[in-house]
Write a protein that binds this ligand. Structure first.
Ligand SMILES: Nc1nc2c(ncn2[C@@H]2O[C@H](COP(=O)(O)OP(=O)(O)OP(=O)(O)O)[C@@H](O)[C@H]2O)c(=O)[nH]1
Ligand SMILES: [Mg+2]
Length: 599
């Protein structure tokens, strides 16, 4: 059989998963009666809720007897290194670009990686149905980006199509009257080289990703480079340091549509998932011949952000979680390391705090969210950027940032980014909105999103992408407001909340259990304040008791996990349980807090 292996890559939300959906539908993957939800590839519960792809996924379609393996990749910057690894398993990419937004930071990142690997991208100008679409302008912008990234003359001569992923339409020119994706399928057959399929030599393959199965254990996902892989085959695993280990392959799976199918063997060119090698890792070589050469090692990017995970020891500890002990948290993190390639965890001897490092706020937040859904209760510290030293110089990560904001809010945004040590690189105004490009320390971005949303009344977009390490730019003030802290244990009252409202933004509604040292709001002043939120109105007669219920208070700010992580200071923790997200001071008692401040 002939194979074509492609990945679909783009900036977040430009429409990858929607287009893959349409490709699956039109190639007859689903039966007539099957009810198919939108973005069926976003199968994980968190993905469906957030409307984004978190995990790369493989699927395949059959078109004119050719098996097209498609990898749908995540567009969010935190998962960029996963995309980079996947590019090693495919022969071409579909580079999708929104016909209005044009190339964005993650477009640039994934395109750069593709060009470096010598791939020849097929460009898709997507969402041309949008009233604001400007497809021709966007083609020019993409061409300029290819030039900027040093594309070779062959790469620069890229094929492009116009698409409406949502309607399953692709066309070669804007005036074509196409009704389906035929032009896209034909372009793939024509432009993507058939996967090299030398089956006359001993087998070699390389995992680009990991998966976990409760029965089969750790599995390797990768492409069979040459030869044929068979169940029961004795293989040699070659590690990057050159050491070799004998292993045996017990199960092999390929993809048919969205289904994982168990097979007895798979040929060179196909993308497979194999079991039987318990400690297999990304970038190692699996070879049939014990003396085989190793394939070029795949580098896994280092983490950029770290935080501590620990047992919840707040006064409400253990009330809501099913798994609450240090041992349970430790085991869960060890299991996560089986498949979460970009993650690092330090397990200190006998300690009860685990240092968990990942590729960004979203990467870590997704893990915490997943854990709380499984019934875990834990406490986490403020995320911190990971820096390193080059000689005597402290180096910190710098990100490339693109913001689109309404013209009226550009002033405040420029001021805020400047205060966070951002360097403006470009500024373009168009149709009442402004696009600003910055280089800014990752530190400066932490905690910015909430403020940015408020400053642009929810109309701005901000995307960022790791650019480089550079010398530390000096201190950045992260939060300019203090916390409103409860001084008592008890239940909040409408009366107390009503009087506290004017002092800041509250996170709690009336009738909620709180404890001394719990952060119940954000002050409008720089200093923190300790307050009484359980106070009852002195009753003068019996009828007044119902008055408390009648008080109208503004709805509290919903502190979800990401907002809480963004908000907390170094002397605060986020308490995470299956039911609640609370913020607390590390030192619960006011006297302890004051003592800690002085030291
Ligand atoms: N107008 C229009 N909207 C589209 C089109 N294709 C996708 N969308 C919408 O764009 C949004 C994002 O689509 P997704 O397919 O989830 O985007 P994605 O690139 O997979 O996003 P990530 O996986 O998070 O990077 C959804 O609301 C889609 O309905 C299109 O052709 N036209
Ligand atoms: Mg997606």
């Amino acid at each position: 059989m002939e194979f074509r292996n492609i990945a679909i890559i783009a900036h977040v939300d430009h429409g990858k998963t929607t287009l893959v959906d349409a490709m699956l539908r039109q190639s007859g993957v689903f039966s007539e009666r099957e009810e198919v939800v939108d973005c069926i590839m976003d199968s994980n519960e968190l993905e469906r809720e957030r409307g984004i792809t978190i995990y790369a996924k493989n699927a395949s379609i059959l078109y004119k007897d050719v098996k097209i393996n498609i990898v749908d990749t995540p567009g969010h910057a935190d998962f960029g290194s996963e995309v980079e690894r996947i590019l090693r398993t495919i022969d071409s990419v579909l580079l999708l670009v929104d016909a209005y937004e044009g190339p964005m930071p993650q477009t640039k990142f994934v395109l750069r990686k593709s060009l470096e690997l010598g791939l020849k991208p097929i460009v898709l100008i997507n969402k041309i149905d949008k009233p604001t679409a400007r497809p021709d302008e966007v083609v020019d912008m993409i061409f300029d980006l290819f030039v900027e990234l040093g594309a070779t003359p062959e790469q620069l001569d890229f094929t492009y199509l116009y698409t409406i992923g949502k309607q399953g339409i692709a066309k070669k020119s804007l005036t074509d009257d196409s009704k389906d994706l035929t032009p896209l399928f034909e372009t793939i057959l024509e432009k993507v080289a058939p996967a090299a399929s030398n089956v006359s030599v001993p087998m070699r393959m390389q995992p680009a990703n990991l998966a976990y199965d409760n029965y089969l254990g750790r599995m390797a996902i990768g492409r069979v480079f040459e030869g044929t892989v068979r169940v029961g085959m004795n293989v040699t695993v070659i590690r990057p340091d050159g050491s070799r280990e004998a292993q045996k392959i017990t199960n092999i799976f390929t993809h048919e549509g969205l289904k994982r199918c168990e097979v007895k063997e798979a040929l060179a060119g196909d993308i497979v998932q194999i079991a039987g090698i318990p400690n297999i890792y990304v970038g190692e070589t699996i070879a049939e011949d014990p003396n085989a050469q190793m394939l070029p090692v795949i580098k896994v990017d280092e983490p950029t952000l770290a935080m501590n995970f620990m047992v919840n020891n707040s006064p409400f500890a253990g009330r809501e979680g099913k798994y609450v002990t240090t041992r349970q948290i430790r085991e869960r993190l060890e299991k996560e390391l089986q498949t979460n390639v970009g993650l690092h965890v330090d397990f200190p001897d006998g300690g009860d705090e685990f240092r968990v490092s990942g590729r960004g706020e979203m990467h870590l937040a997704v893990l915490i969210e997943q854990m709380r859904r499984e019934g875990f209760e834990l406490q986490v510290s403020q995320p911190e950027v990971i820096m390193h030293k080059e000689g005597d110089i402290l180096m910190e990560p710098i990100e490339q940032v693109v913001v689109d904001v309404p013209e009226v809010s550009s002033g405040i945004v420029i001021q805020k980014l400047g205060a966070r040590k951002g360097d403006m690189k470009n500024m373009v105004a168009r149709d009442g909105s402004v696009r600003l490009e910055y280089e800014i320390p990752t530190r400066g971005l932490l905690g910015l999103r909430g403020e940015f949303m408020t400053d642009t009344r929810g109309e701005g977009t901000l995307s960022h992408n790791f650019l480089k390490f550079a010398p530390h730019r000096g201190s950045i003030e992260r939060r300019t407001t203090g916390s409103i802290i409860s001084g008592e244990n008890g239940k909040t009252t409408g009366y107390a909340i009503d009087t506290l409202q004017e002092r800041g933004t509250l996170f709690v509604a009336p009738g909620l259990d709180i404890y001394e040292g719990m952060v119940i709001g954000m002050s409008s002043k720089a200093e923190s304040m300790t307050v009484n939120a359980i106070r009852e109105k002195k009753l003068t007669n019996m009828r007044a008791s119902s008055a408390d219920i009648a008080i109208q208070v503004a709805p509290p700010l919903d502190m979800n996990l990401e907002r809480a992580l963004e908000y907390i200071d170094s002397d605060e923790y986020v308490e995470v349980t299956p039911q609640n997200i609370r913020i607390r001071k590390k030192h619960l008692k006011e006297t302890d807090r004051k003592r800690a401040d002085r030291s």
